[in-house]
Design a protein around this ligand. Structure first.
Ligand code: COA
Length: 181
């Protein structure tokens, strides 16, 4: 179980607080940050998503963490692990994901925080494998996967079932990492 905050050299990955909502909603309302998502999110959608992240933590003992940069910002985005919430050829599975506000791009924060999250997944939660996926056009995101040592499953491309047929963001690439790799 991982109720304690996770610390890396520059970051703290921790449970969500009420005060995260405003910067979380601002990040999710930013078209640049959301350019590979189906759209920007309203404040109400962000509040609901934060609630679902916390509910996942309560149910499973792990989840998506708020990222804090001590001395710099109380909220920089999120990084975390969650059970994939839809059916696909690779599910059931636990995925790792990330979204940071643009001020925290280009500094290695996503990779640093995700490494710490993977360690928690393998060493504390005893997971055998963790997946990640994104649209092929999201090079920043699959570059994080590759820096983490994740391997693209070349037969694993899939259509995201939550997007309508024909949607330009529907096709996804799949990466995997196993505990011993
Ligand atoms: C995906 C996302 C988190 C990637 O952020 P990122 O800043 O590119 O990735 P990292 O934090 O790992 O930083 C790596 C970059 O920082 C640079 N860097 C600078 N200082 C560094 C340091 N001290 N240590 C490591 N890398 C450093 C690296 O060289 C690299 O730069 P490059 O992309 O020009 O090669 C970010 O683009 C994002 O939040 N996007 C919007 C949300 C999103 O699409 N999420 C994924 C959905 S599937």
């Amino acid at each position: 179980m991982s109720a304690q905050p996770i610390r890396s050299e520059r970051l703290i990955l921790r449970r969500w607080r009420e005060a995260d909502l405003a910067p979380f909603a601002a990040m999710n309302a930013d078209p640049l940050t959301m350019r590979f998502m189906p759209g920007v999110m309203t404040a109400a959608e962000s509040e609901a998503l934060m609630g679902r992240f916390e509910a996942h933590h309560r149910l499973h003992g792990f989840g998506v963490w708020a990222v804090e940069v001590p001395g710099v910002a109380p909220f920089a985005g999120f990084i975390g692990l969650q059970r994939v919430g839809f059916e696909a050829p690779f599910t059931p599975a636990v995925e790792i994901g990330w979204r940071l506000a643009p001020a925290f791009w280009g500094k290695g924060c996503a990779t640093e925080g995700a490494k710490a999250a993977l360690r928690t997944g393998f060493e504390d939660l005893n997971l055998d494998q963790i997946v990640s996926f994104t649209v092929a056009a999201n090079k920043p995101s699959w570059s994080v996967m590759e820096r983490l040592g994740m391997t693209r499953d070349l037969g694993g491309d899939f259509d995201h079932p939550r997007l309508p047929v024909g949607h330009q963001l529907r096709r996804h690439v799949l990466y995997r990492i196993s505990r011993r790799s």
